[in-house]
Design a binder for this molecule. Structure first.
Ligand SMILES: [Zn+2]
Length: 401
């Protein structure tokens, strides 16, 4: 048993039940092995610490959680970026065989070692700014072998870097070329071949679908949800990014842990999310890169107490951003979140979007994923865009300089 005492520390515990996100000043934080032993004084039973650190008034926050990424892929879409800058629409690029299809080709032909090397570089940027948990989706292989390779590479990110990796199978991301004009046939393959294999081999803990006019219909999405449910996998959804396809209400019916994007979500559909305990994941990076103007219905989400998470959605086409803190600032400026909401969105509510109740908050008994910040107040992290790096951190109770 190893006990660490962080003394003279300011804490923002990110407990959403506290009005001020759980601020405690000039207090103590105790770690025992991989868990938080106590927040504040450990009381009469406090053990003698093996390590004692004087934080000198620095702030302790939970490690950040990026709950929606596509970090593993081959190639670059800089060319497409150039085309979009000169006015070509994303939908038109996709129809001409660019967009996701280009990344699918590049990912299928990339050597796994090469995929790992590039994904590590991107993940390292997130880790450097205090991210201790990431979600990574497949969806650029579409065939069995490449999807499994992507998920295997995602797992290895957590071997090489101090970060917990949650994996999501996104087979229904786009239609592979060989299933052109046979979307239902591809959904058969996703539901009958891939999902049982993913569940049995524990290659991922959740399933996601791109439900959109240029993706999959609500009926096809529902078939994937049914297969995921019978395989015991959690459900997430890319919903209402470019149109109101009624994906979010469908996801709520299947108790999805999150619906992501939701710029076009009808405010009348928000109560269904609240009832299902579904997290709304806001992705301001894609909104920014696509120069969208329709914002998610933040006031309706607030009114119905739907937890709002914020993620980078790092992907090669619509959100090539390797900074969760940048996205947290963007969520405030573009979508009108408060600094406190943005911080909850990359901690407690991001944990909820991944069904990780032991992460995202600094409370006794939870995982000791803690970053120490040399800042005046936590809002500094949102106010100064991408301006700070953690002073030090503990990941699963292990000290990382
Ligand atoms: Zn995405």
């Amino acid at each position: 048993m190893v006990v660490t005492l962080i003394d003279n520390v300011n804490i923002m515990s990110m407990d959403p039940s506290q009005t001020d996100n759980g601020v405690l000043r000039q207090t103590q934080l105790w770690i025992q092995d991989d868990k938080i032993l106590a927040v504040g004084s450990a009381g009469a039973y406090s053990p003698v610490p093996d390590h004692r650190i004087d934080a000198g008034g620095k702030w302790a926050l939970p490690g950040f959680i990026d709950c929606h990424t596509h970090l593993v892929y081959g190639g670059s879409r800089a060319d497409e970026f150039r085309q979009r800058l000169s006015g070509t629409r994303y939908q038109d690029i996709a129809r001409a065989g660019g967009g996701i299809q280009k990344t699918v080709r590049d990912t299928r032909t990339a050597a796994p070692q090469n995929l790992l090397q590039h994904s590590l570089r991107r993940t390292r940027r997130l880790v450097e700014e205090g991210v201790t948990t990431i979600e990574v989706k497949s969806g650029y292989g579409l065939d069995e072998q490449t999807e499994l390779t992507m998920l295997n590479v995602a797992e290895q990110l957590g071997v090489y870097l101090p970060v917990t990796v949650m994996r999501t199978y996104l087979g229904a991301h786009t239609l592979p070329h060989q299933y052109k004009d046979n979307a239902d046939g591809y959904i058969d393959f996703v539901c009958n071949t891939m999902i049982p294999k993913i569940a049995t081999g524990e290659h991922a803990s959740a399933v996601d679908v791109f439900c959109e006019t240029m993706g999959f219909t609500a009926a096809q999405t529902e078939r994937v949800f049914q297969a995921a449910r019978s395989a015991g996998l959690a459900i997430k959804l890319h919903a209402e990014q470019l149109s109101d396809s009624k994906g979010a209400v469908l996801a709520a019916r299947y108790q999805a842990c999150s619906v992501d994007h939701i710029e076009y979500l009808d405010p009348n559909d928000v109560p269904a999310l609240a009832e299902a305990g579904c997290v709304a994941v806001l992705l301001p990076g894609a909104f920014y890169y696509l120069k969208e103007t329709q914002c998610p219905p933040v006031s309706a989400l607030r009114q119905h107490n739907v937890p709002m998470a914020v993620a980078s959605d790092h992907n090669p086409g619509t959100s090539p951003i390797c900074s969760l803190l940048t996205c947290a600032t963007m969520a405030c400026i573009e979508f009108g979140l408060t600094c406190e909401e943005a911080l909850l969105g990359i901690t407690a509510y991001a944990a909820q979007a991944l069904k990780l109740p032991d992460k995202g908050r600094l409370l006794a008994g939870l995982d000791a994923d803690i970053c120490l910040w040399d800042i005046e107040e936590p809002a500094d992290l949102i106010y100064e865009m991408n301006g700070f790096r953690p002073y030090c951190r503990w990941v699963g109770g292990r000290y990382v300089d």
